[in-house]
Design a protein around this ligand. Structure first.
Ligand SMILES: Cc1ncc(COP(=O)(O)O)c(C=O)c1O
Length: 388
């Protein structure tokens, strides 16, 4: 069997239908969207069509979509842009403890700039508590940021409820939807969102392109100055092939969502149920039901210290899984910040295996993975019990 990729939460394979759509914008229609000639006009048309398409998928207006280089940039822009544009209203921001580093690190930086950050706790399944959120809101709270779905444990947060609370109190609400966009329905009006981060490389689109939805009328400070691109909010020559690819990738995900969700749920639950029943020492991290259809995060009691070994042995067999969040891993194996936030002890928080499914995974691959996992766990367990 060829190599098996089960790390789709880290990044996905570019869909050939997306690549096909992008290619002419490298080879024939390579103009700068700001140029007045034909080359420029065709680039601009492609960009505006893509903007309109992306906007329609989340119930937004085209002018509310700002292209960026990534989910990371969109999160930075949302947090810093809102904080600095609304300083006279207050200096308090609320975020959940299980946000991606692309939210938490800008927050840490904002603390250094005099802003006050409250970190909302989560329960053992990784869910925030709406009542705690209500209690933490102050007169000077200007922004709440809660991710739609977590990248490590797949837990889906009640963002519609958070949005409603923020709307009632006149507080801006941002959500990082890098893991959920294209996998779960999103409606910025029904979910009362003011800002939403999305990107393309998690949905079979190209890397290095993202967008920030900014509701019309939102006070936000541009974070990158230059030629005034993107309605003056984000200067830089727009990456037209990537923008076209982003919109095509999103379109395919939206069109295929219903069918793909059913397929992924069956594969996800097959893995969860098989592992939990075959290995009584295993346990599931994250919420059992409020969970992304492609996420499995499992720990193996007694083998936590061997999680990296498990990962490397599977890799030797051609199977790619993750021990947590790829974006933040630098080769070091620390306890997962997200698992620690759910209350797992430091040993257990080091020992998770994340399997994230995608469009190209087949049932045959899942059977093969389960068979190999069983072999590797059997070996590790016998080594561990001999040592013990
Ligand atoms: C939830 C979440 N937010 C933000 C990011 C960062 O996105 P990008 O890789 O486009 O910078 C990621 C990527 O792993 C993510 O999973």
């Amino acid at each position: 069997m060829d190599r098996i990729y089960l790390d789709n939460a880290a990044s996905t394979k570019l869909d050939p239908r997306v690549a096909e759509q992008m290619w002419p914008y490298f080879s024939e229609m390579y103009g700068n969207a700001s140029s007045l000639h034909g080359f420029g006009r065709e680039a601009k048309t492609a960009m505006e069509d893509s903007r309109a398409k992306l906007a329609s998928f989340i119930g937004a207006k085209p002018k509310e979509i700002i292209f960026t280089s990534s989910g990371t940039e969109s999160n930075n822009f949302a947090l810093k842009g809102i904080a600095f544009a609304n300083r006279e209203k207050g200096k308090h921001i609320i975020v959940s403890t299980i946000e991606h580093d692309a939210v938490l690190n800008p927050c840490q930086w904002l603390e250094g700039q005099g802003f006050d950050i409250t970190y909302l706790p989560v329960d053992t399944d990784g869910l925030i508590d709406i009542n705690v959120l209500k209690k933490e809101i102050r007169r000077d709270t200007l922004l709440v940021s809660v991710m739609h779905a977590n990248n490590e444990i797949g837990t889906i947060e009640p963002i519609g409820e958070v949005g409603k609370i923020c709307q009632e109190r006149g507080i801006y609400f941002h959500s990082d939807a890098c893991q959920s966009f294209g996998r779960l329905p999103i409606d910025v009006n029904a979910q009362c969102l003011d800002l939403l981060t999305i990107n393309a490389h998690k949905i079979y689109g190209p890397k290095g392109i993202g967008a920030l939805f900014i509701r019309e009328g939102t006070r936000i400070m541009p974070w990158q100055q230059g030629g005034g691109h993107e309605m003056g909010l984000r200067s830089a020559t727009e990456n037209i092939p990537a923008i076209v690819g982003f919109a095509k990738a999103a379109q395919l995900c939206i069109e295929e969502m219903e069918h793909e969700t059913k397929r992924l749920l069956a594969l996800r639950d097959k893995i969860i149920n098989s592992v939990l029943s075959d290995f009584p020492f295993s346990y599931l991290n994250g919420h059992r039901d409020y969970r992304l259809p492609n996420n499995i995060n499992i720990g193996f009691a007694g083998l936590e210290g061997d999680a990296i070994r498990l990962l490397l042995e599977l890799d030797e067999m051609g199977i790619a899984v993750s021990s947590g969040s790829a974006c933040s891993s630098n080769g070091e194996h620390k306890a997962s910040r997200v698992l620690s936030a759910t209350g797992l002890d430091p040993v257990r928080a080091r020992g998770a295996l994340r399997v994230s499914l995608g469009r190209y995974n087949t049932e045959e691959e899942i059977e093969y993975f389960l068979q190999k996992l069983s072999e590797v766990l059997g070996n590790l367990k016998s080594i561990t019990s001999i040592i013990i």
